[in-house]
Design a protein around this ligand. Sequence first.
Ligand code: AHR
Length: 624
Amino acid sequence: LIKMDVDKIGPTIQPTMYGVFFEDINFGADGGLYAELIKNRSFEFEYPFTGWTPFGDVSIRSDKPCFDRNPLYARLINRKQLTGTGLINEGFKGIGIKTNEKYDLSFYARTLKNETMKLKIEMVSDKNDIIESKEVSINSKPWNKYMITFAPMQTCSKSSIRITMLTTGVLDIEHISLFPQETFNNRSNGLRKDLAMALKDLKPGVFRFPGGCIVEGTDLSTRYQWKNTIGPVENRPININRWNYTFSHKKFPDYYQSYGLGFYEYFVLSEDIGAEPLPVLNCGLSCQYENIDPNQNCPVDKLEPYIEDALDLIEFANGPITSTWGKIRADMGHPAPFNLKMIAIGNEQWGTLYTERLEPFVKAIRAKYPNIKIIGSSGPQAEGKDFDFLWPEMKRIGVDLVDEHYYRSPEWFLSNANRYDSYDRNGPKVFAGEYACHAPDKENSFLTALSEAAFMTGLERNADVVHLCTYAPLFAHKEAWQWRPDLIWFDNLSFVKTPNYYVQQLFGNNAGTHVLALTKNGKAVSGQQNLYATAASDATDNTLIIKIANTGIDQKKISFILEGLKAGIHAVTLTHLNSSDLNAKNSFETPDLITPKVVHSEINDNKMDIALPPLSFTILRIAR
Ligand code: AHR
């Protein structure tokens, strides 16, 4: 018998409770969410032809560039060579195009003389079919922008773009870009609609960006610097991706951040999916996994530019259009403030190296923006990096929240469902900023999803101390990943929602507004007979919500008493996510193997008997 007292309203569940964490790992941004289809569009990779196959006479130059911060461009010379002259772009593991969509191809070009040059631009399938072909005339001595629209005649996940000179002479070309016309919310320089919709469907309360380790960089020179990610996309200097080095043994790096998806776009996306933006900034330390040499870090007395970046970011997000950074935001198309409420300083940092840097940030932000919430880090829990030192330090320094990360086993997730029961209620709140259950095979199996669901009931039961939580990582390209498991897998045309995604979605869509006590023999339901549960009321639609995971292999018949529920009939919706196979996963071949199933029912008065399937996670929504 499980008891719930429907009138004993407990702690508030923060609207930010369930969110998403986005990092450009596994081709999550370039080649993923960011809808740009051309790889190395501005020829700025270390080997400038990465992603390109030049033919004929093609060279890379930088004199009199079109964009000062991305100065490299390609010079094409056609002297009627047999091969012709041109360039082919391979995209990100191919270019995915769909037959009933339109695509805008744009580029900058100039001629050296007053003459008209002609280019042929083709979409070519992996079987060498010409899917679409257009001719463009170039007749500008100074750099000029050109644009054509493609309506491909075939769907192809691995097409390429071929640019061929049709006239003899010399032509310079730069920033060659291809976007689907339809992007998420139809924004220019936009995002892949299907992937962004999948984020919106989670109903996230918070959106943490841009990392993760890429905030730190492999060293400080490659750290994420948000000021490089705003303004016209053509002039955002690219940066090597810190994840380039993981599992990549190529001679030349091929995983860069174009920053086309930059801080402005992250703020707009947060707004578009209804989530509070949560930027993470570098605290003057490079990744402590890569580099624990204190001399490689920014000395504490030289932190000023880093702190200034944090203060300027708050002005960029919230400042009036008359302020320096607020004006830049307005000029980019968003005069209204983004209403930033919180900021995180540092990712997975530990020791005094971190705390002595965090402290001056906190002082400076508090002095100028007392209402902004500041999030500190407690280091990665996987290795238990001096957690006992950091929490008291976080309290002393006075951060509002502490970001905890854990990539742990199914057993750990189950035994930590009580983790927050004993946390200090008078200290900083908790942000479970990166977590994922890692089974030995590192797959997104049902086992991992069910373990996360059980664990998350403990987050919600402790909503007075846990204010935010975000799974990690979010995206992975099926041919270009560095880390797994991940919430959403995609290729160039489609994507797969993992069972873990559905767990996140069930929590996000059924968050509720206040915790209600749910007890079995006077105790929270957390592990007894393999049951893990939490309950909430939802003041927005006057419903009661029970979330319950059955990690046992037997069906459970459960009687609920909902004390205080008025007499009469109450509609109940049960949503089950279950599988008899703990190793089952959704794949590109069977994407819907594990999906939530909805059953409608009703209860009379305040008693409810239900049967929980074996190995299941169930949401009950009861009209009051
Ligand atoms: O989510 C993948 C990585 O895990 C993040 O970049 C980092 O913060 C953590 O180590």
